[in-house]
Design a protein around this ligand. Structure first.
Ligand code: NAP
Length: 385
């Protein structure tokens, strides 16, 4: 397999799964962006044939550090080369952000299945991803725990008998907060996720609930259901990872610990095979009860924004994704307040002129425009923070 974004939270857990099953997986290509020491350690352990880095300087440093002959590439080209590396059967896309779009599309077009954690790709370019999968006769296998759960609840059942897909959401660190209280929250508060340990950007997206918004769009593309058939329920314990509600009144759920290695392993085995995993299992007796509640759509407007953008389609979800990415990073860098993240995204969306059935170039253009526009808004509002 290839692991693009190997140094991140999902990337490292993917490598843990590969390490646990050396008889089944060989890592042929890996990439990283900033964490060069981690990347070199990974290369020393897994001996990939190809390594992708950010720029030429890093490429030279990695070449000098590795005691064996390895192909090295950089930039988006490096990501694409890794994703479609010769001999790879499965590419794990563990990148964060829209940078994952092109490698996903090229891998799928080349007939390589993609185990996708990088939800931003499906949000921004869902239709193009399916076109690429059709052209390459390849599969997109979800890694996101909610979508993995839905995929598992659908096994052996007819997609036409599904009444609703129900995504569970922990509610993030600010569940129960008032809008007033959210005005003063700091980066450290937003990074303190109650149940999942993840990369910084997705943790901020969870705090705004934009992450769940993305997952609604992701579910629409993965399971070909209309937005009216996708619901969200708050489940603070993160034990039920999502559910499928069937026409006959039955609900199927998938349960497990909040451990991404479980859905990652299921995806690495093609979403079809259950292989022993050495990770801790769920203790229902200790858990006692399962809690659910309705989401607070007023305090967390990102949910309804995502429904609206998903329904609008075209370049609109790509713009929402890019503007949110810039705003979430600005918040992490303490250049924007928490409550301005979604507000910035809405302003950029209001300024956007939608392209109805975009090509890849038009999606990438909309993404670039949204980033520049979001950055302009952030700079303008800077002094009023
Ligand atoms: N973490 C989770 O539990 C979880 C659960 C479900 C879904 N997801 C989704 O999975 C994806 C990855 O999340 P994560 O939490 O693993 O993120 P992360 O820890 O921030 O890791 C991101 C990876 O992408 C690389 N990267 C970042 N920007 C890049 C760029 N511009 N060009 C090339 N590589 C770049 C990083 O490299 P460096 O580290 O070397 O800079 C790192 O390897 C996201 O889409 C997220 O929404 C994550």
């Amino acid at each position: 397999m290839a692991v693009i974004g190997s140094t991140g939270s999902i990337g490292m857990q993917t490598l843990e799964v590969a390490r646990a099953h050396p008889e089944d997986f060989r890592v042929l290509a890996v990439t990283a962006n900033r964490q060069m020491h981690k990347l070199i350690d990974i290369a020393l352990e897994f001996r990939p044939e190809f390594v992708g880095v950010r720029d030429e300087e890093q490429a030279n440093a990695v070449r000098a550090a590795l005691p064996y002959s390895v192909e090295i590439g950089y930039g988006v080209e490096g990501l694409i080369t890794a994703a479609a590396w010769c001999g790879v059967d499965l590419t794990v896309n563990a990148l964060v952000g829209a940078v994952g779009i092109q490698p996903t599309i090229v891998a799928l077009q080349s007939g390589i299945d993609v185990a996708l954690a990088n939800k931003e790709t499906l949000v921004a370019a869902g239709d193009l991803v399916w076109e690429a999968a059709r052209a390459g006769m390849s599969r997109v296998i979800p890694i996101d725990s909610e979508h993995s759960a839905i995929m598992q609840c659908l096994l052996g059942n007819d997609l036409a008998s599904v009444a609703k897909l129900i995504l569970t959401a922990s509610g993030g660190p600010f569940r129960g907060h008032s809008k007033e209280r959210l005005r003063t929250v700091k980066v450290a508060d937003a990074l303190a996720h109650p149940t999942w340990k993840m990369g910084a950007k997705i943790t901020i997206d969870s705090a705004t609930m934009m992450n769940k918004g993305f997952e609604i769009i992701e579910a629409h593309h993965l399971f070909h259901k209309s937005y009216d058939q996708i619901d969200v329920v708050i489940h603070p314990q993160s034990v039920v990872h999502s559910l499928v509600y069937y026409h006959d009144g039955s609900m199927m759920a998938q349960l497990g610990t909040a451990d991404m290695r479980i859905p990652i392993q299921f995806a690495l085995y093609g979403g079809q095979k259950r292989v022993f995993a050495p990770w801790p299992t769920l203790d229902l007796g200790a858990l006692g009860a399962l809690h659910f509640e309705q989401p607070d759509r007023v305090t967390f407007p990102a949910l309804d924004l995502a429904y609206a953008c998903g329904r609008a389609g075209g370049t609109v979800p790509a713009v929402m994704n890019a503007a949110n990415e810039v705003a979430a990073i600005a918040f992490l860098e303490e250049r924007l307040s928490y409550d301005a993240i979604v507000d910035t995204t809405v302003r950029v969306l209001n300024a956007h002129e939608k392209v109805a059935s975009p090509t890849l170039e038009q999606v990438l253009e909309a993404d670039k425009w949204a980033r520049l526009t979001a950055e302009e808004f952030i700079i303008k509002r800077g002094t009023s923070l």
